[in-house]
Design a protein around this ligand. Structure first.
Ligand code: CO8
Length: 256
């Protein structure tokens, strides 16, 4: 298997598992990531953590060796498969955390960009180096990166292909937090627990409202917020949260 999906405590952990190829995304790996995301939808978990096997890489991007001699139709299908897999991740019922434990290049960074949160170890390095291959990002990088770091920084990264080290990535808002090398999975769990104890319904609506803010006007965005926050208010979890506050007890969110 090119990926491994396990349940650890209240989390699903998806590990890209081609360390000899720095966890590059060949067709098999992308297909298995897609299947794993479907499986996570059916699991009783509070978040998905994604990381890479081995000591060097989260994921070095699309498998360059698979691109040799590829025809245009297959190329387009490949980009569409990557995009639809990452879109599924973007819309997953539970929040996702990319734990970047080394190189996150090209499609590897695009996978992290489609995750809700990004953590990195001090030796992590991110880049969209497609330009060096005479290519450009094809798995969502040109669309998600500017939404996260702004147009100027995204253009610079995409047009120079330069490698951004973990500390700078954090400074520009590309990485939410740094975690230690040795204790990274436990620290990722601790980070996920900061939000995963809350209502999955409210978390999902909040994420949707913020995502839609980036593709609409302020006026329309405020209407969307009014609609979505009303839906959140009608959930059983909202009743539970308000009742628990009044009764001075910890809420027990059921996720509906
Ligand atoms: N694809 C396939 N194999 C890879 C990849 C990759 N992306 N990256 C590394 N590998 C392989 C190497 O070939 C090598 O294998 P072997 O031992 O058999 O020669 C092994 O992994 C180890 O790699 P290195 O020896 O190169 O390790 P280094 O520590 O020296 O360097 C780097 C690490 C800097 C990450 C380097 O491997 C590198 O630059 N890799 C390529 C990164 C890259 O260009 N990624 C972007 C690819 S394009 C993309 O992701 C999006 C394309 C969108 C279009 C999609 C439609 C087709």
């Amino acid at each position: 298997m090119a990926v491994e999906l396990t349940q650890q405590e209240e989390f699903a952990v998806l590990t890209l598992n081609r360390p000899d190829a720095l966890n590059a995304l060949n067709a098999q790996t992308t297909g298995e990531i897609s299947d794993a995301i479907d499986a996570v939808e059916r699991m009783d978990v509070r978040a998905l953590i994604i990381t890479g096997a081995g000591e060097k890489a989260f994921c070095a991007g699309a498998d360059v060796k698979e691109m040799v001699g590829i025809d245009l139709i297959s190329k387009k299908r490949k980009a569409e498969r990557g995009q639809s897999t990452f879109a599924k991740l973007d819309q997953l019922r539970v929040p996702s955390v990319a734990l970047i434990n080394g190189y996150a290049f090209g499609g590897g960074l695009e996978l992290a960009l489609a995750s809700t949160f990004r953590l990195a170890t001090p030796r992590a390095a991110v880049a969209l180096p497609e330009i060096k291959l005479g290519l450009m990002p094809g798995y969502g990088g040109t669309q998600r990166l500017p939404r996260i770091v702004g147009e100027a920084r995204a253009l610079e990264m995409i047009m120079t292909g330069r490698t951004v080290r973990a500390e700078e990535a954090q400074a520009i808002g590309l990485i939410h937090r740094l975690v230690s090398e040795d204790n990274r999975l436990a620290e990722a769990f601790a980070f996920a627990r900061e939000f995963s104890k809350f209502s999955l319904v409210a978390l999902g609506y909040a994420r949707e409202a913020v995502q839609r803010a980036l593709s609409t006007t302020l006026q329309d965005g405020l209407k969307i917020e009014a609609e979505i926050s009303t839906l959140a208010f009608q959930s059983k979890d909202a009743q539970e949260g308000i009742t628990a506050f009044i009764e001075k007890r910890t809420p027990n969110f059921g996720g509906s």
